[in-house]
Ligand binder design. Structure first.
Ligand code: NAP
Length: 513
């Protein structure tokens, strides 16, 4: 035990066995690549294991796509492009709606599969089925509302007709932390707009995407419209696709460093891009906040997905008058959190995704403690099968601590105090990221000042959850480009074109007719 460790959270956990229901579910998951409506093996026959992070056991071996398989998938997306683009919007909408209905019928399967491959507690996985499913319903509704406009130019000498067309084949790269929602947030608007897609799920959690792709086929998605290529060669598979002139759109969710690399590659073909990148969310608690609400918001914003969310609150900035009371209440709640495999009853904290994530969380905690932070609970890895870290609360976090700069991506709630609103806003904005912020205050004018001064794409004002399919999710600064969800979400997959015509009344002959 190091001097950063506390005993309020258990340091070991027992092994668990795979159940009959889990084995039955895994038997339903396709293990191939989906190209042109057909499941196939990788070109070289290679496979890779997908592991349960709570046990370290292999769940399934699946096909490991080669760069040639990636090109085959783009061939299929390109071949299906024109037929899907000209499929009536109502028909595209109904396919998405059927997919939504099928997902509701199979919500328990999808929830359990996410818990198995990613580790999140089952209750949260069910929440992700609801959230992820809403993109199918929302974009089924948006598909039939792709409008245009008709207008007279200011000189009166012509008319402009503005139309929107699908941008073309899109390459969608998703991260491991929300295996269903990050896929539906891209696939649904792309299909609604009339684009065909190649999807590359994360190597660590591809099973949910494979099962979802099977559901899409059943919902009536034609061959070639959705192609899925899980791989352990993300870079070599992606590069030729991004360089291929047939590809017209790249949508990526993941870390900022990988996003930068992909943007540089996309520049070659001046590809349309959407980038949902990393975050470093500030969570501000003012002296006039409703502390009960702030504590609930803090737990949701920090511990959802075991802290592994781009929207996870990373830096808690609490007014000095309420900092101790806030820390006391939060610590009491965190001490009561149960750590375990997400399938177990009452578990609030699942495993982190792998050993590297545990090592990173512990390195950040150790650095903060060495600089003067106080561990109120947790502060250590949990031994046993799987990759667990004890839910942790730190107070007195000092400026310069690494966890104020880096995404923690783990269950570590780190508190600093502040004196004035100006100081809090300056600290909140002191990061290269700008995805989301959270603020708790009962003063409406202060709330508005924060809306105007916080450099983030989203703000949770007196709430710890901001995600909603009807809202334009996305960040500013190095948290990304573009928006997913809302009306903006479908626009990411549409090109705008205008046609200019002369004034139809310009000749008396024309006017008389
Ligand atoms: P990551 O390492 O950047 O990976 C994301 C995806 O990119 C994975 O599918 C990965 O494949 C792939 N990838 C990695 N290197 C690549 C390359 N050279 N070319 C093409 N693809 C490549 O991120 P992660 O660890 O999976 O996810 C966590 C990060 O995502 C965090 O920073 C989090 O904040 C961010 N995130 C952002 C949002 C948002 O909406 N803003 C939402 C969720 C997560 P492999 O799996 O094979 O490596």
């Amino acid at each position: 035990m190091t001097d950063t460790q506390q005993t309020t959270q258990p340091t070991t956990r027992p092994a668990t066995q795979q159940s009959e229901a889990e084995r039955a579910l895994l038997a339903k998951v396709p293990t191939g690549l989906l190209v042109d409506g057909t499941w196939s093996q990788a070109a070289d026959g290679a496979t890779f294991p997908v592991v349960d992070p709570a046990t370290g056991e292999t769940l399934l071996e699946i096909a490991d796509a080669t760069p040639e398989d990636g090109v085959r998938a783009l061939d299929a997306a390109d071949a299906a492009r024109s037929a899907w683009a000209t499929t009536p919007p109502r028909q595209r909408a109904e396919v998405l709606r059927r997919a939504f209905d099928l997902l509701q019928e199979r919500r328990e399967d999808f929830a359990l599969l996410m818990t198995l491959e990613m580790g999140k507690p089952l209750a949260e996985a069910r929440g992700e089925v609801t959230y992820g499913g809403e993109f199918l319903r929302w974009f089924s509704e948006e598909a039939v509302r792709i409008g245009g406009s008709y207008g007279t130019n200011p000189e009166g000498s012509g008319r402009a007709i503005v139309t929107h067309k699908p941008v073309g084949p899109a390459y969608l790269i998703t991260p491991w932390n929300f295996p269903l929602a990050m896929a539906t947030r891209k696939i649904a608007p792309a299909l609604a707009a009339g684009c065909t897609v190649v999807v590359k799920p994360a190597e660590l959690t591809p099973l949910t995407t494979l099962l979802f792709a099977d559901l899409l086929l059943e919902a009536g998605v034609p061959a070639g419209v959705v192609n899925v290529v899980p791989t352990t060669h993300a870079g070599p598979l992606s590069e030729p696709l991004i360089a291929d002139p047939r590809l017209r759109k790249l949508s990526f969710t993941g870390s900022t460093p990988v996003g930068r690399t992909l943007l540089a590659q996309a520049a070659q073909n001046v590809l349309r891009t959407s980038m949902e990148l990393g975050g470093n969310a500030p969570f501000l608690v003012f002296a006039d906040a409703d502390l009960d609400l702030a504590v609930e918001g803090a737990l949701a914003a920090k511990f959802r997905n075991t802290g592994q969310a781009c929207t996870a609150a990373n830096r808690f900035l609490v007014h000095e008058d309420v900092a101790e009371e806030f820390a006391r209440r939060v610590t009491a709640r965190v001490e009561a959190m149960s750590v375990g495999r997400g399938t177990e009853d009452g578990v609030a904290i699942g495993p982190l995704i792998d050993d590297r994530a545990v090592a990173k969380a512990h390195r950040l905690v150790t650095d903060a403690v060495e600089r003067g932070a106080v561990v109120r609970t947790g502060g250590h890895p949990v031994e046993g099968p799987g990759t667990f870290y004890a839910p942790t609360v730190l107070t007195d976090v000092q400026p310069g601590s690494d966890l104020l700069r880096d995404e923690i991506f783990g269950p570590v709630l780190a508190i600093r105090s502040f004196r004035t609103e100006g100081e809090a806003i300056a600290a909140a904005n002191d990061t290269e990221y700008g995805l989301v912020g959270y603020a708790f205050t009962e003063d409406p004018a202060r709330g508005q000042r924060l809306m105007e001064r916080l450099e983030t794409g989203m703000l949770g004002l007196n709430t710890g959850v901001v995600s909603n399919a009807s809202a334009p999710f996305g960040g500013v600064k190095q948290s990304g480009l573009g928006r997913e969800g809302g009306g903006e979400g479908i626009a990411e997959y549409l090109e705008t074109m205008y046609t200019l015509t002369p004034d139809p009344f310009r000749s008396t002959e024309g006017a008389a007719r």
